[in-house]
Design a protein around this ligand. Structure first.
Ligand code: FAD
Length: 527
């Protein structure tokens, strides 16, 4: 994979028109967005379509110049892990050793008021075996991104171009779709995949301008904290004990290997450049604090404490359980978002962290602003959770750490997913409130679309898109309603409603158990 920021052969003119014979034609696929959907689509297309079209060329355009370490940790469900395994990503994660993520056997729910267990969302059967061999895994987003990029590097027909922010789309007189980027370059291909996330420019400027993203009313307040070194763990593999063991050496493997702790702490790693790897920007507000007095959490790997003032998730995100990811899911008024928001985009981070001999007035103002925001967010956490009955939650509420705000947006179901040669995948098509499995939906999209395209490669794109939507819409719309129902339970509520939420939660978990298991055994490769 080459990283390019300057002019490219495809800049400003139309690439060759495809030749009808599938075995010799050069199909040019353009993907907008190097997130989970974008990279998974590239890898799935390479697996499914390349055997039939050896000249397939895939270019992914990513708006950021560099990767950011902000974003916290993500939970991968059994089905997400299985898909990532098929795409070759799981072995890359395992090569990261401890940083490759923590096993999650279950998410343990408990009352923040009384500490009473309210049940669990299980990623294993009664014998501790993962669903179809895969458990859950919580991993830092940056580690997952780097693992996916390592796999991209192995494909000579694939490349990622950074610093290409899509600004608009047009159709040329001969019917081609032209992508226009903010730097005034453009690209033309035979197929465009819109994987540019919840605020998708492809959706809002071209495919379906009638569906803007909307704030759900709830936000994540996130941080990660270092924990005291735990006693050595016995056996810890992301999959069952029958799966191959993971290496524990975090410096093994690809150029992307590193330790999350050292990455957060070592300024010398603040830029990570080579001809084949992206730059990494350290979020200067990247939370990291020591916990001299904090009690151990009341869960094995992941717990969710329910309260009527929002819910608090705690989850280890590395295999050695030395880093704990904390996320409060709370109702925050939309009018406060701009006041609470710290720009964690890599460009903002590198600007504010750039070494400078003198502090300019704007640096001082920015630092004051950040400190004020962090004090406000700490106050928000404190006011919501410091009266909890459970002592661990009170410890969290009193933490002196940097909380970051991540407002959660969604894209209403329905509407168009495709137009002309463009199709939307992942959050760009159907961002739903997170319930720990949206990434799996992005992976499903990538795999299912690639398989349908490969199977019907001689049909027109509108026909292929229609086939894909026919098998995908209903499942996505059902998942969206279910996610919305669960998401509502995080809202602020009165005393009685709060008690009702606690009392009924075991029943809700029991009732949804079948649907959850079905979701985790779903196989996009069956399509
Ligand atoms: C706070 C929060 C917590 C979550 N936790 C979980 C979880 O634990 N488990 C889970 O499964 N899911 C979780 N999700 C949902 C999950 O993150 C998304 O469903 C998933 O990331 C979708 O992947 P995507 O590739 O479609 O979009 P994204 O991951 O958003 O990727 C979009 C990519 O497109 C790029 N891009 C955007 N605009 C442009 C442009 N104009 N030009 C070029 N590039 C562009 C972006 O920079 C980005 O790289 C969470 C979501 C939120 C908000």
């Amino acid at each position: 994979m080459r990283l390019q920021k300057d002019s490219e052969p495809w800049d400003g003119f139309v690439l060759p028109v495809s030749i009808p014979d599938p075995s010799t034609r050069t199909r040019i696929v353009l993907i907008v967005g190097a997130g989970i959907a974008g990279i998974a689509s590239a890898l799935a297309l390479a697996h499914e379509l390349k055997p039939h079209e050896p000249n397939l060329q895939i270019t992914i355009f990513e708006r950021h110049e560099v990767l950011s370490t902000s974003g916290g940790a993500i939970n991968l469900t059994p089905v997400a892990q299985r898909h990532l395994d098929r795409l070759g990503v799981l072995s890359e994660l395992d090569r990261q050793g401890a940083d490759g993520g923590a096993d999650v056997d279950s998410i343990e729910l408990f009352s923040s008021r009384s500490g009473r267990s309210l049940g669990s969302i299980d990623f294993t059967d009664g014998n501790g075996n993962g669903v179809n061999g895969y458990k859950g895994r919580r991993v830092m987003r940056i580690v997952l991104s780097l693992a996916m990029l390592s796999v991209v590097e192995r494909h000579p027909n694939m490349r990622i171009v950074y610093g290409k922010k899509l600004a608009g789309v047009s159709e040329s007189p001969d019917g081609q779709t032209v992508l226009h980027f903010e730097d005034s370059t453009s690209a033309t291909g035979d197929l465009v995949l819109g994987c540019d996330g919840v605020h998708s420019a492809l959706r809002t400027s071209y495919v379906d301008p009638s569906r803007p993203s909307e704030y759900t009313g709830l936000s994540f307040l996130q941080t990660t904290i270092d924990t005291p070194p735990p006693p050595p763990l016995k056996s810890h593999s992301a999959r069952n004990s029958t799966s191959r063991p993971s290496t524990s050496n975090s410096t093994l493997g690809s150029a992307h290997s590193y330790s999350i702790r050292s990455l957060r702490k070592s300024p010398s790693l603040s830029t990570h450049t080579s001809s084949s790897t992206p730059n990494i920007s350290l979020d200067p507000s990247s939370p990291c604090s020591q916990l001299p007095t904090m009690r151990p959490p009341p869960f094995k790997s992941t717990g969710l404490a329910l309260s009527r003032h929002g819910d608090l998730l705690g989850s280890y995100c590395d295999r050695s359980h030395s880093t704990l990811f904390l996320a409060a899911i709370v109702q925050i008024n939309e009018s406060l978002l701009s006041r609470y928001r710290i720009d964690t985009s890599p460009s903002a981070s590198s600007a504010s962290s750039s070494p400078s001999q003198y502090l300019t007035p704007s640096h001082v103002d920015e630092t004051r602003r950040r400190l004020a925001i962090q004090a406000a967010l700490q106050g928000e956490i404190h006011s919501r959770f410091s009266h909890a009955g459970h002592p661990w939650i009170r410890d969290v509420a009193n933490l002196k750490t940097n909380w970051m705000l991540y407002p959660v947006y969604q894209v209403r179901p329905g509407g168009r997913w495709s137009r002309g040669k463009v199709i939307l995948l992942g959050d760009a098509a159907h961002a739903m409130p997170p319930r720990d499995e949206s990434a799996a939906y992005a992976l499903d999209d990538a795999i299912m679309f690639s398989r349908i395209l490969a199977h019907h490669r001689d049909e027109s794109l509108p026909e292929v898109f229609a086939r894909y939507e026919a098998v995908r819409r209903a499942a996505v719309e059902e998942a969206f309603s279910e996610a919305g129902r669960m998401w509502n339970t995080h809202r602020d509520m009165g005393f009685l409603e709060g008690r009702w939420k606690e009392w009924t939660m075991p029943w809700v978990l029991w009732k949804n158990r079948g649907a959850r298991n079905a979701a985790w055994t779903f196989d996009a490769y069956d399509v």
